[in-house]
Design a protein around this ligand. Structure first.
Ligand SMILES: Cc1cc2nc3c(=O)[nH]c(=O)nc-3n(C[C@H](O)[C@H](O)[C@H](O)COP(=O)(O)OP(=O)(O)OC[C@H]3O[C@@H](n4cnc5c(N)ncnc54)[C@H](O)[C@@H]3O)c2cc1C
Length: 365
């Protein structure tokens, strides 16, 4: 079939790989080159985070695929993926809340296969093969002096492994992989609606991420897409070997993370923020935020937490918009079933990418 995919971020390109391998003729239409999408800015590691309702199988299928890619040295090199040890520290005051998260609230979820950020335990994935999740006390306890909030004391550590993708490399890898099955036509342009494309293709797949807020007229009483700005600082810090994050207590709203990446460059992404951007955002003119000022704060926090970051070379500030819905939307359009929506992945686009692509293939079948 002739299929148009709108969007060339991690979702559009993962869908392209699956559809190209199934033998379809593809056209990818995108306002931005892949290298300028939100996906390219992403940290990006596997781990459900800042995301509405989704199906666990989407995350699990993606974990399996990414783990497989990152485990084969040649594929890991080509794709900029690596298996990285993550360390997350908890303060004394975070313990009880954390226990609740870890053990308590999963029962509130009606369908155990489905997860919503507010209801379910955030570490449901800790038993997956390869993750190797552990929790241990920090002896002695550790103190970090932050420039903005002063001394914080940490008493325990979560440790696990995840796959990190250096996204500029990984997006190129996805495109090359998709094109290895058959040639793909690319059109670099913005669209204002789908009707023209539906007239010329058997199916149209909407993978426009945050662009869907403008493009799709959803019923505001049942669906609401929020745009959460993520700002990060890229630092070349070859000595940063493990990923580090703080996301509980005072760090819940303004998390701190350092994610080291391998690939065409060895660098780390320092984050982060989740600032809601209100109003009608035009994809062509994104950021109504003072990026530099906020990135300054992010950098100094991360430099306080890691000597390797402090001693590294600060390279650039980056910004992207996480498309956050109450639920990730993967379904046929209720009016025209030849239009398939696949957007709203929030802070988990990489994490849900292969599972989402698999669902799109099922819908087409
Ligand atoms: C700072 C930050 C850190 C993150 N870290 C992680 C992480 O560690 N792990 C993780 O899983 N996720 C992470 N995310 C989230 C992840 O980046 C997103 O979920 C993901 O990028 C969404 O991918 P997408 O392909 O749907 O959208 P995008 O990458 O935004 O791509 C959308 C595409 O649609 C095109 N488009 C939009 N509107 C139109 C239009 N009208 N006409 C034509 N083309 C259009 C765009 O040009 C683009 O090609 C992070 C995000 C940010 C901002």
């Amino acid at each position: 079939m002739n299929i148009a995919i709108v969007g060339s971020g991690v979702i559009g390109l993962s869908v392209a790989c699956r559809l190209a391998s199934a033998g379809h003729h593809l056209t990818i239409i995108s306002g931005q080159p892949s290298s300028e999408t939100t996906s390219a800015v992403s940290a990006a590691y596997w781990g459900p985070y800042f995301v509405g309702h989704y199906h666990r199988s989407w995350a699990i299928e993606t974990w399996q695929e990414l783990y497989q890619i990152a485990s084969v040295p040649e594929l890991a090199r080509q794709s900029g993926t690596s298996i990285v040890e993550f360390r997350e520290w908890l303060g004394e005051e975070d313990q009880s809340k954390f226990e609740e998260h870890l053990h308590g609230s999963v029962k509130q979820v009606h369908d155990p296969a489905e997860v919503s950020l507010k209801e379910a335990e955030p570490y449901w994935w800790r038993e997956l093969p390869g993750i190797d999740f552990q929790r241990s006390p920090l002896v002695p306890s550790q103190v970090i002096h932050f420039p903005d909030i002063g001394d914080r004391v940490f008493i325990s550590q979560l440790q696990f492994r995840s796959v990190v993708a250096r996204m500029p490399d990984y997006l190129r890898f996805l495109q090359t992989k998709a094109e290895s099955f058959r040639p793909i036509a690319f059109e670099h342009r913005w669209i204002d609606g789908f009707s023209d494309l539906l007239g010329r293709h058997d199916f149209v797949i909407n993978c426009t991420g945050w662009g869907a807020k403008r493009l799709v007229q959803e019923d505001p009483s049942t669906a609401k897409m929020r745009l959460l700005a993520g700002l990060v600082v890229r630092v070349e810090a070859p000595d940063q070997r493990f990923a580090f994050s703080l996301g509980h207590g005072v760090f819940a709203k303004e998390p701190l993370y350092i994610v080291p990446r391998q690939g065409s460059r060895i660098d780390s992404i320092c984050g982060g923020t989740a600032i809601e951007i209100h109003g009608d955002v035009d994809p062509r003119n994104p950021f109504p935020l003072d990026i530099d000022e906020r990135c300054e704060k992010i950098y100094h926090r991360c430099a306080a937490a890691s000597d390797s970051i402090r001693d590294g070379k600060r390279c650039e500030n980056l910004a992207g918009l996480r498309p956050m819905r109450d639920a990730v939307r993967i379904e046929s359009d209720p009016i025209n079933a030849r239009l398939i929506h696949c957007y709203g992945h929030g802070g988990s686009g990489l994490t849900l990418s292969w599972g989402s692509a698999n669902r799109v293939v099922e819908l087409i079948s």
